[in-house]
Design a protein around this ligand. Sequence first.
Ligand code: GTP
Ligand code: SPV
Ligand code: MN
Length: 589
Amino acid sequence: MAYPTANKKVIAFVEESAKLGCPDNVVWIDGSSEQLEQLRSEACATGEMIKLNQEKLPGCYYHRTAQNDVARVEDRTFICCREKENAGPTNNWMDPKEAYAMCAEIARGKMKGRTMYVIPYSMGVVGSPFSKIGVEVTDSIYVVLNMAIMTRVGNACFEQLGPDGDFVKGYHSKCDIDPEKRYIMHFPEDDTIISVNSGYGGNVLLGKKCFALRIASYLGRKEGWMAEHMLILGVTYPDGRKKYLAAAFPSACGKTNLAMLIPPKHYRDLGYKVECVGDDIAWIRVGEDGRLWAVNPENGFFGVAPGTNEKSNPNALAATRKNTIFTNVALDPSDNTVWWEGLTKPAPAHLIDWLGNEWTPDSGVKAAHPNSRFTAPAVGCPCLSDAFNSKEGVPLDAIVFGGRRATTTPLCYQSRDWDHGVFVGSIMSSETTAAATGATGVLRHDPMAMKPFCGYDMGDYFAHWIEMGKKASNPPKIFNVNWFRQDENGEFMWPGFGDNMRVLDWILKRCENAVDARETAIGYVPYAEDIDLEDIDCTKETLEKILYVDKARWSAEADEIASFYKQFGDKLPAELKESLATLKKNCEA
Ligand code: GTP
Ligand code: SPV
Ligand code: MN
């Protein structure tokens, strides 16, 4: 057959993949709207997707995954490098030979009766020196349509690749959606990903977590840049100045919401504006000016649906009103639209839940799965930054870490310097969420929000962060935030969402030395009077409580960190050991 590329490595990969999966047909995705429209009709004909109300939700579709396949499977996700040691203590590891053989056995012949689609895609603007090309083969139309939203798909990627360019190979097969044979395997030394027996987001949209974080973090260390689980946002000041920050929060801990925040009214009236560059992933490198520059390699948002509404995140909601795929939310049969918990109050009287069952507010179960998602094109987001398509990205003034902590971690604090900032990122803990399978609400260490996504030894990753700080002559300032402090009744003490602007404001003022701070055992903490409280549902007393640094708690935290750090052995950078010793000492002083 005639191929849309002369790249022999691509052709060999596709031929090999077809030999393994034995599909009835092979279809090359060219990125044209005709071809995608054809696939949408096909998916609707088989029931794989449902076309929603095209007047209210033009271009929108609905999909349900299998009941056992609703989130990332961290226990079945592996880094398959030749030396076990290089995967580090926080990753699952399998010998690559063994992993290839196991996957081949599982996937062999499983595309029989199906079509194999070949998706050429670019992570980052096609043609940018910082972008990278991937080719994913898949037996799922749902994956093709999602990839066409989340990445830049089409023949332009082959042009970019040329006759002998290298790319990241991704093999995805739904196989039988057998949870016992579900594996998400990464071969960083071979630029290869294999995903079998799943049809859910992060497990199968291989450009996202698998490539843009796990493989890319490995490449970044080799090539001197960073791939991070971070949103990127820009703040425009009344005088027209623009500042950018990137923030790493674990899955379902507020990245999409912060990236698209709408400032409180009095900020808007003054002319403040927040713009979204990215909501999940940042690729960061040192610019010629010695600053860190960030691009968002994605082209869409794979966002958490529950809790998204006109008040919490109108920008995300607006993005989902057109050309969006909804996964595992509820259907409203009265007008063929979608619903999820928190969208409207009260809930509609009758729905079809994410499992396909009749649902009423008295059903006693959630109508939408807690990890139900929307896949929305970035261009649909009203606050999308002009810098979204910029090849060089944006220069970072601040990096912000943050987790879901009911206690201990204050609303905000600043690290003393870059190395201490790396320490602050490395000691992140957060309560688990529905974004991954397993229990939710369990506190666990999640350094830089990368525990599930670092493609190599986390100790080496910390060292790479320290190294990047040395390479950048003018690196961003590093902060930590916590929107999730709870009172005795388990209620959130900080209103969050748009009001987080007040904390961003303090952070950016700190970056220009425009506001003072209190030096504490853990770093610089805001004085309560420096956090804007105009028109907010939070008293100064509450603010003081969530800014308080409890030395006894932090002393216990330091002991906990020491035992977490043990597993990294010699790989733990001396700078982090020192910061830990300082923390312990400060807490005892
Ligand atoms: P992933 O897409 O999984 O990486 O998640 P994310 O980090 O983008 O999280 P997202 O913004 O989708 O928010 C996840 C959940 O946190 C939602 O239920 C939000 O309602 C909630 N949330 C986000 N921001 C805040 C906040 O400032 N305060 C509180 N209390 N909840 C928040
Ligand atoms: C996350 O879990 O951090 C996500 C969703 O962004 S997924 O693509 O499934 O990983
Ligand atoms: Mn994420």
